[in-house]
Design a protein around this ligand. Structure first.
Ligand code: HEC
Length: 434
């Protein structure tokens, strides 16, 4: 045993490859947890923060002053979240039972290969939110079943609230102007989904930038990609945006998704520049509905699962139930005697199919006694055009967000910006592993 270990050690030395830690066996009890307060932000957009409604603060925010230079009182985040979640000027679609505040524990470690971020938070629901939307057979057609809780159809009781839990981090390496002061709020704009004056598909189609990048809605963007940051319609040219990207003026956005990435022990990899974009390559998940027929592309393998589909009252819904291409899926059979109410997941997940820069991040996770524990593994020194190359000695500005309780878009809890140091002084200091 000893000899094999020595041999492995030697071969590693010889090839010059560095050893990576196994995230499951890192002794996290020896690593300090930083408590990061997250609050419900409602519709506090880039534009609202610069408007007269943000009393006495609009000019200072416009001039780049940091949020916490004013919001610095004890429990500032808790007070903001508990107020905003009640509904009112910044929350027109109040969600019943929603919490205003989440305490996120963050621990960090690194070795020569990777950064490891360990997150812990107590979910609003007494179960893990690993379920995501389904395709439901209505007798003739298959249609999406289950929507996020900010959607009207859920608020009116016409659809169940179903959406995966998530923990996300935005990372800036100091190249994005204003991120160190105002964090995620640089990316959140009026016109985006569930925000004031939400762009319709027609608005998007009429906009040269969104049309050029083939998007039919507006999502996060950075101010520098617009000639007027407060007007998403004023997009710069693709050439100018390519230059910003080459200069590293984008933020990395890594989302661990309790359904669509957790099923294959990964986290997704994206970035925000002119839109919220996935990195090059292929994500670990894709839509399971055929674009033309709307029928599912895959169903569960009955030989392995005991069923091809489930129903709203199936006990299987309570388990972590995923449709994974290389594990439990077979091509959909349209002639399998489908009955009204049959449900098949709306997403097909695959680790084998995930490719390129979009497939950089791994994660392990467990939900126990009401608490998610997620360990994200992010390689250091990535050289992809859409990644921030993290490295030992590096200092980063980070913003965190948690989605739970079957919700998406702004229905999350977010942090003011924090710093993360890999061997550098910071709010969250990553410990070097032996
Ligand atoms: C110059 C000081 C100052 C700065 C900088 C500032 N704020 Fe404020 N903010 C305030 C004050 C004062 C209020 C309360 C105003 C009111 O109630 O109308 C407020 C209110 C808010 C509210 C609304 C709370 C509610 O209950 O309606 C939000 C959300 C908010 N700020 C977020 C931010 C964020 C995010 C930033 C950074 C991008 C920021 N603020 C920067 C001073 C500031």
């Amino acid at each position: 045993m000893k000899i094999t270990r020595m041999l492995i050690g030697l071969s590693v030395l010889c090839t010059g490859a560095a050893m990576a830690a196994d995230p499951a066996t890192i002794d996290w009890t020896r690593i300090k947890a930083t408590s990061v307060p997250l609050f419900y932000p409602g519709q506090s957009s880039y534009e609202w923060l610069r408007s007269a409604a943000h009393k006495g603060a609009s000019g200072k925010v416009e001039n780049g002053q940091s949020c916490v230079s004013c919001h610095d009182e004890k429990d500032a985040e808790k007070d903001l979240g508990n107020e905003l979640v009640k509904g009112g000027r910044l929350e027109p679609m109040r969600v019943k039972g929603k919490n205003g505040f989440v305490e996120l524990g963050v621990q960090a470690a690194y070795d020569a290969r990777n950064l490891y971020l360990r997150y812990q938070w107590k979910t609003n629901n007494p179960q893990a939110g690993t379920e995501h939307q389904y395709l439901r057979f209505g007798g003739k057609e298959w249609k999406v079943w289950g929507f996020p809780k900010l959607d009207k159809v859920v608020q009116e009781g016409k659809q169940p609230g179903i959406y995966e839990d998530r923990i996300s981090v935005m990372i800036d390496d100091g190249k994005v102007r204003g991120f160190a002061q105002q964090g995620c709020w640089l990316t959140c704009h009026d016109g985006s989904r569930d925000m004031p004056r939400m762009a319709s598909p027609e608005d998007a189609a009429a906009n040269p930038l969104l049309a050029a990048i083939k998007k039919s809605d507006l999502r996060k963007y950075l101010p520098e990609t617009r000639t007027d940051p407060s007007n998403w319609k004023t997009g710069k040219s693709l050439e100018e945006i390519a230059k910003l990207k080459a200069d590293g003026k984008f933020v990395d956005l890594i989302q661990w998704r309790a359904h669509r990435s957790n099923a294959v022990a990964m986290a997704d990899d994206g970035y925000v520049l002119e839109y919220r974009l996935a990195d090059a390559g292929k994500d670990m998940f894709g839509g399971n509905a055929d674009a033309k027929t709307h029928e599912p592309k895959f169903m569960w393998d009955e030989k392995k699962m005991g069923f091809k589909s489930i129903r709203a009252d199936s006990p299987a819904r309570k388990a972590n139930l995923f449709l994974v291409r290389e594990q439990n899926a077979v091509p959909f059979d349209p002639n399998a005697g489908w009955k009204e109410g049959d449900l098949i997941p709306d997403y097909i997940i695959s680790r084998e199919d995930a490719k390129g820069s979009a497939a950089d991040n791994n994660a392990i996770a467990s939900w126990k006694d009401g608490v998610w524990t997620v360990v994200l593994t992010r390689p250091l020194g990535l050289r992809n055009a859409d990644d921030k190359p993290l490295q030992a000695g590096g200092l980063y500005n980070v913003g965190f967000a948690v989605h739970d309780d079957n919700i998406t878009t702004r229905g999350h809890h977010v942090s003011f910006v924090k710093t993360l140091g890999l061997g550098a002084k910071a709010d969250i200091e990553a410990v070097k592993l032996p």
